[in-house]
Design a protein around this ligand. Structure first.
Ligand code: COA
Length: 268
């Protein structure tokens, strides 16, 4: 199978390293979501693929989040079509959920920024190794909310109080800060990321990976996410009725601070 936004390497001991390669920013486009979906179908059926690593070929970004340029176009295209933005969020959720439910271990190898949907993709993995950049759910700074599972998985991983602080303030954490609160598994030096992730993936692969998949499924059953994901997708669409994304995304693209307070005062 060939992919337009992913490069696959089959390493020793059943380790598959998939690098996201979606220039210019390694943002999450429809093509990337489709490719991830197909990759999971291919690897689920391939029992020789024992451990999946998701990395990136971009020099600075693991994944820069949802494609804000595409989102601006789609928001005007979808205007008035109730449910279309929710459905787009649901589609991303569904594919990231497939990453989370992949029946063998999945590791995120994060060498650069993992923001918004990039953080959500990392959260869907079983382990996160990070060597550079920043990580965080930055959506609220844009007037959006995390729409690909982030409100659910960050809360489950870190607890409600910490998730509230990180999501409300759209915090971007260094690898040291992320390791200190348990958002990532391990902070590593940039030159050692590949080596450490491969060694860790091989040590998983030497163990009973199919049992791990079954353990994962049982752990997931403790907290079913279906309802939370549905509310998240619905509310992701509802952000577009507040007017905040209009200001937040425009400010990002114009490289200026967002003025939510001024906007609210003008409307009052
Ligand atoms: N979607 C679309 N384009 C994006 C993008 C995104 N998520 N993130 C960055 N880009 C684009 C920028 O608009 C810029 O385009 P330009 O060259 O046409 O101006 C280009 O990528 C480089 O970005 P820039 O901010 O200049 O680079 P940087 O190295 O200083 O910072 C990031 C990189 C990823 C830290 C920064 O771009 C950023 O914060 N991006 C937004 C991340 C985010 O909040 N994502 C959540 C989306 S819901």
């Amino acid at each position: 199978m060939s992919y337009s936004t992913l490069k696959l390497e089959r390493l020793d001991k059943g380790v598959v390293w998939a690098s996201i390669d979606n220039p210019p920013a390694n943002a999450i486009s429809d093509a990337l979501v489709d490719d991830l979906d197909q990759l999971l179908t291919e690897l689920e059926a391939d029992r020789s693929a024992r451990v999946l690593v998701i990395g990136s070929n971009h020099p600075k970004n693991f994944v820069a989040g949802a494609d804000l340029k595409m989102m601006t176009q789609n928001a005007s295209k979808y205007a008035g079509q109730g449910g279309a933005i929710r459905d787009a969020a649901s589609r991303m959720q569904r594919v990231f959920d497939r990453v989370a439910k992949f029946p063998r271990p999945v590791i995120a190898a994060i060498h650069g920024h993992a923001l918004g949907g990039g953080c959500e993709l990392a959260l869907a993995c079983d382990f996160r190794f990070m060597s550079g950049g920043t990580i965080g759910l930055t959506e609220v700074s844009l007037g959006l909310i995390p729409g690909a599972g982030g409100t659910q998985r960050m809360t489950l991983l870190l607890g409600r109080a910490k998730a509230t602080e990180l999501i409300f303030f759209a915090k971007r954490l260094s690898k040291e800060e992320a390791e200190a609160i348990g958002l990532i598994t391990k902070a590593v030096e940039p030159e050692r990321l590949r080596e450490e992730v491969v060694a860790f993936a091989e040590s998983l692969s030497e163990r009973a990976v199919f049992a791990m998949g079954l353990a994962k499924q049982a752990m997931d059953a403790a907290v079913p996410l279906d309802h939370g994901l549905a509310v998240e997708a619905e509310n992701f669409e509802r952000t577009f009725t507040t007017g905040e994304p209009l200001e937040g995304i425009a400010a990002f693209l114009q490289k200026r601070p967002a003025k939510f307070l001024k906007d609210a005062a003008a409307k009052a």
